[in-house]
Design a binder for this molecule. Structure first.
Ligand SMILES: *[C@@H]1O[C@H](CO)[C@@H](O)[C@H](O)[C@H]1NC(C)=O
Ligand SMILES: *[C@@H]1O[C@H](CO)[C@@H](O)[C@H](O)[C@H]1NC(C)=O
Length: 442
């Protein structure tokens, strides 16, 4: 009887009736499952891949010139760069890696000593020192500009966009390097680290003047101390551009570039492409807008404050602030001019570059593989995962892989013959400023 009754009805109605017979909780479970699958993919998680892998991580890939002394004498001795990077199991996503560090990380305490550095145009830069001999503190406190014969190597840190000495990853790096016997100085960008802007200029991705002055100043004040530098994100673009401009003439003995944007034009296109990337763009854009507005009263050449108050992405900021202050015709002109990828071939001192292929802010598409391979002074280390300056590892996510890698690299470089040779070269160059040595170094 039932069968006859059923067949007279439309099959769709039957389906609907059948659908109503399924308990609502089953639908909820189904929906939840789909949502989890969607979110898992949306945040690019790789937990299952790692689970199957036994959380061993992926090996680090090194790109370098086959006759590179830097590789033979230094990097070949670095165990970390020949090992694997294994993400914290509950942070198996480039976004979790990137965001966790900014908001939740318990950071080591760093009691910086501040030195105020004035540039020739009247600008103010806060140099935050963390020294490895704490009991000597009182004698160094004054920073009276007197030459010091301290031989402890110094590492200069150049932070990323809107970051300063207080940023979690900077503290991680400073803390680690000091523990390994280095003196660390964070060169805060203009207007960051809580100092006022005192001239009509802000920092940008191509501003190498400030870091040049800071490095020359440090070299003059501590002529006995070998100088190294670590740049992160935008700071890394500044550092590599500076190294390319200087060739072997820099007072730096070696450097490391971490999560560099490499090519700002490609980076700009990338960060506008997907919803996830656009949220980073927005967060950074708003951070930059706040930075400009904070210093509004001392920036008379900026007039269009209406547009500035509406800034919601990096490109807007570059258009309304950087291009106006830096006299760039268009934003793309600015990006093309200052991108460090076109300077990497001229770098004349040992340089380690680290990039994560899943960096959600600085895309892998910009990595200058060919140029890194062509320059004997450069070794490029890439990892599958790590996010942007994240690289959190261990169950408790207390350690950053790139910080350990940089520490090991700089220590190996400091005790290698490349250090010695670079120093002789530097001294000679500084004694007689040869014009042509920049080109010879290539
Ligand atoms: C750097 O090298 C010098 C000379 O080999 C050594 O005395 C010093 O301890 C090293 N410093 C660090 C921090 O590795
Ligand atoms: C450097 O170059 C300038 C002009 O290009 C020249 O006048 C000067 O003599 C050069 N100095 C040295 C040390 O070669």
């Amino acid at each position: 009887m039932d069968c006859i009754g059923l067949t007279s009805e439309s099959p769709y109605v039957i389906m609907l009736k059948a659908a109503f017979l399924i308990p609502i909780s089953h639908y909820l479970f189904g929906f939840l499952f789909l949502l989890i699958v969607f979110l898992y993919n949306f945040v690019e998680m790789y937990f299952i891949k790692e689970l199957i892998n036994g959380f061993r991580g992926q090996s680090v890939s090194l790109t370098f010139n086959s006759c590179s002394n830097l590789y033979q004498e230094v990097v070949s001795k670095c165990k970390i760069l020949h090992g694997r990077f294994s993400s914290t199991p509950w942070l198996c996503s480039p976004h979790f890696q990137t965001i966790f560090l900014q908001f939740f990380e318990r950071v080591p305490a760093c009691n910086y000593q501040r030195q105020i550095f004035k540039t020739s145009d009247g600008g103010t830069i806060a140099l935050d020192w963390l020294r490895n001999v704490d009991d000597k503190k009182p004698s160094i406190k004054g920073f009276d500009g007197v030459q010091s014969d301290d031989k402890t190597p110094i590492v200069v840190v150049i932070p990323g966009l809107t970051s300063d000495s207080g940023s979690a990853y900077v503290k991680h790096l400073a803390f680690k390097m000091v523990k390994s016997g280095w003196n660390v100085v964070v060169s805060n960008h203009r207007g960051l680290g809580g100092v006022a802007i005192t001239s009509d200029r802000l920092y940008n991705a191509g501003c190498t003047e400030d870091i040049r002055k800071v490095i020359d100043h440090l070299h003059a004040q501590y002529p006995q101390a070998p100088l190294y530098a670590v740049g992160t994100s935008i700071g890394s673009n500044v550092l590599v551009k500076y190294l390319g401009e200087e060739g072997v003439n820099t007072a730096l003995v070696g450097a490391a570039s971490i999560c560099s944007p490499w090519d700002l034009l490609i980076g700009d296109r990338f960060i506008k492409r997907r919803l996830v990337q656009r949220s980073y763009d927005r967060i950074l854009g708003i951070g930059l807008k706040d930075y400009a507005e904070l210093h509004r009263s001392v920036l008379p050449s900026l007039t269009d404050w209406d547009s500035i108050s509406k800034i919601s992405c990096i490109r807007d900021y570059d258009k309304h602030v950087v291009c106006v202050l830096g006299n760039f015709e268009t934003v793309d002109t600015y990006y093309r001019t200052v991108s460090c990828s076109s300077y990497i071939r001229k770098v004349g001192v040992p340089l380690l570059c680290i990039s994560a292929l899943d960096d959600p802010v600085c895309t892998r598409e910009t990595i200058p593989w060919d140029e890194c391979r062509a320059n004997k002074n450069v070794v490029l280390a890439t990892t599958q995962h790590g996010g942007h300056l994240g690289y959190l590892e261990g169950m408790t996510a207390k350690s950053l892989w790139w910080v350990r890698a940089v520490d090991e690299f700089l220590c190996a470089l400091n005790s290698s013959s490349l250090n010695h040779r670079a120093k002789i070269q530097n001294n000679r160059v500084l004694e007689s400023p040869l014009n042509s040595s920049k080109e010879k170094a290539v």
